[in-house]
Design a protein around this ligand. Structure first.
Ligand SMILES: NC(=O)c1ccc[n+]([C@@H]2O[C@H](COP(=O)([O-])OP(=O)(O)OC[C@H]3O[C@@H](n4cnc5c(N)ncnc54)[C@H](O)[C@@H]3O)[C@@H](O)[C@H]2O)c1
Length: 337
């Protein structure tokens, strides 16, 4: 008998690791994970891990023989800055990889005659504000506004969302009223900050990098201007959000794609919070033109009213609590070891 399982791709990444911890803490003992990297030793025994490339079709052919996949958290991706270094590779992983997983979900649900849940983390990178004036005038875009991404990653995520909606509402369906094959549910994350992992390859990385550097007594050279402002979220909220969205009754969901956010800060506001806790930290600014342009194209905030209304989204960590109760104490403890 095939075992009912939850599949997590990109499991060795920042979000993947935190998601495994949380699902395992909630009692899930059926986690199946895939990543090109091994899982860190701290996650031993919490998941059955396959070290494999999502572009390798044979891995999924093998998995479906042994497992009945009920939910897919598709976290694997090449992030915004990395994607600009190698757009073709980003396109392969972010688009072809997503298509492969959506197709797996469709095949599984077709075979079982019941929908497979597909949880997709999209990003603030799908927005593309035209210039700083426009960014200031439209600080809190709705899901459908200003969808003009300027990175390969943002284009890929926007198309991934579109593919997800296609599979949810149109794939092999003669009418929208026919049952959903793939129960596609998507959050658009802002920049995420974890106390336990250090990011790489993203364009919001200056936030977490500043904190991790300060806790190690290092100076930090920030790659964007002090006034650069975008939305952020502490990792525990990012994990709560996808678990909560996966658990929401389908009939409550009025859409497939939801903006979610927690707080917005400029680089200098982050620096001030960091220096309040680590007063000796030296922070300087040396904007990197390409990364600055990307951050300038992202909105200051996102309108997440629909998520709040439909499935009760509410971040537990505002800026104050994120720094004072989650980030600073845990990052201090991490580097004190
Ligand atoms: N971290 C953020 O600030 C942020 C913001 C918005 C959206 N997101 C989205 O959340 C998801 C998780 O992000 P993260 O911060 O954990 O990123 P991450 O870079 O830490 O993790 C991504 C993981 O995907 C894996 N991966 C990449 N290519 C793969 C492939 N071909 N096959 C198998 N595994 C592959 C990597 O090895 C890595 O472990 C991503 O989809 C990302 O786009 C993240």
């Amino acid at each position: 008998m095939r075992r009912k399982s939850i599949l997590i791709t990109g499991a060795a990444g920042e979000v993947g690791q935190a998601l495994i911890q949380q699902l395992a803490a909630q009692g899930a003992d059926n986690l199946l994970t895939v990543d090109v990297r091994p899982l860190p030793a701290a996650l031993n025994g919490k998941a059955t891990h396959y070290q494999a490339d999502i572009l390798d079709k044979t891995i999924f052919d093998r998995l479906v023989i042994d497992y009945d996949i009920t939910t897919i958290y598709h976290m694997a991706a090449i992030l915004s800055t990395s994607g600009e270094f190698n757009p073709m590779a980003a396109h392969s992983v972010n688009v072809e990889g997503t298509m492969r997983l959506l197709n797996l979900a469709a095949e599984q649900s077709d075979w079982k005659r019941e929908p497979v849940k597909f949880i997709f983390p999209s990003s603030v990178a799908v927005f593309g504000m035209q210039n700083l004036d426009n960014k200031a005038k439209h600080p809190r875009p709705q899901e459908w506004e200003w969808n003009y991404p300027i990175t390969m990653y943002g284009c890929n995520k926007l198309y991934g969302e579109t593919l997800g909606v296609y599979f949810a509402k149109h794939y092999k369906q003669l009418a929208e009223t026919e049952p959903t094959m793939v129960d596609f549910r998507c959050v658009r994350y802002p920049g995420l900050i974890s106390a336990f992992t250090v990011p790489s390859g993203g364009t919001s990385d200056y936030g977490p990098e500043m904190l991790h550097a300060a806790a190690q007594g290092q100076a930090y050279e920030c790659f964007v201007r002090p006034d650069s402002a975008i939305p952020f979220m502490a990792m525990p909220d990012a994990i709560t959000a996808v678990i909560q969205l996966a658990a929401a009754p389908r009939e409550k969901l009025t859409r497939q794609i939801y903006n979610i956010t927690a707080f917005s800060l400029s680089a200098e506001e982050i620096a001030a919070r960091v220096q309040a806790h680590f007063p000796a930290t030296q922070i300087s600014y040396e904007p990197h033109l390409k990364r600055q342009r990307i951050v300038d194209s992202w909105p200051i905030d996102m309108n997440d009213d629909a998520a709040r209304r439909d499935w009760g989204w509410k971040p537990a960590y505002d800026a104050e609590r994120s720094f004072d109760e989650y980030l600073v104490p845990n990052i201090r403890a991490r580097y004190a070891k």
